[in-house]
Unconditional design. Sequence first.
Length: 66
Amino acid sequence: MKNEDKTENQTKKAEQPERRPTLKDFFTNMRVPMPLHRKLYLVFRNNLIKIVKRQNCCGHLGEPGC
């Protein structure tokens, strides 16, 4: 029965359109405690991944640039 629930939840997530990141998300992710040079690197890398894959998310939730 648990497998059925899990499959149902995965199906619901797959049906929902992926939401675009907001400016608020960007600033929230930039508050992560790490050196500035690392944040800038992650912004560049994660945005490059989004561009190459043509997606709204790079897959690294919570990191700067995602």
